[in-house]
Design a protein around this ligand. Sequence first.
Ligand code: NDP
Length: 277
Amino acid sequence: MRTLQLADKTVPVIGQGTWHMGEDRHQRQAEVSALELGIDLGLTLIDTAEMYGEGGAEEVVGEAIAGKRDQVTLVSKVYPHNASRKGVAAACERSLQRLKTDFIDLYLLHWPGSYPLEETVEAFERLREAGKIGRWGVSNFDVSDMLELSAFASSSGCATNQVLYNPEERGVEYDLMPWMQNAAMPLMAYCPIGQAGKLLSNRAILEVAERHDATAAQISLAWVLRQDGVIAIPKAVDPHHLELNAAAGGIELSLDDERLIDTSWPAPQHKKRLAMV
Ligand code: NDP
């Protein structure tokens, strides 16, 4: 599996998402086991948020990483409505408790909110100085938000921007992705397999999948990861999905594969507002 540098750590380019985990107690054991299997398969970057299952997902993660915290790079996110000076510190403390750890590697602002960004960044920096987080970053920030941020935070301060990116949603290629590449900032791609929706029955994706003896989901992951500086965080509870996702790291698409996928979803030719789910 390829790796890259994120939050001062070497991480695999494929990690594990956790949205919708921790919502149903009957699913809890399967979710914990899935994350454990993912870690064993090398998907050691885990993405979660205080929002997911209103803390439930962080609890699932805490159970899965018990005894193996050192093997894992942990990413969590603060709600924008908690992103005040005091609110960030308190939210981080609650997340640490649910995750049963004393350290979050990368702590993100989930989406732009109403508190002044400068205040949120100051709170992140305090957490860093206190040794509670390694680095901080943002999510769902468009270029204009990144410019606002870079007016007072050095580009080396913000470790990543986590955004929606898959073959169906490639608007970021027009401006945000080049901006981030220029700032040497890795992009974390969420919903990298389009939440297992229509993408998986797309004709072009299926044809490319056949060429590689792979599945549609694996081709979507390989497509997201075809450029350097991108990390994909698919969420999977089904153990077979986890094995397929880990193996997708070895698939390299040809230019011809990419051209075929372009016929379904062409590269953007003009600015589009950042898509979110
Ligand atoms: P994904 O694109 O990761 O799709 C998840 C769905 O795909 C699940 O139903 C899963 O099923 C299925 N799946 C996983 N692997 C395979 C496979 N190999 N073949 C077929 N189906 C598969 O969507 P998410 O919305 O979960 O996004 C990924 C992660 O990104 C989230 O979990 C979250 O951590 C993060 N995120 C961040 C956001 C933000 O605002 N910052 C917004 C949305 C997501 P099953 O579970 O049954 O295996």
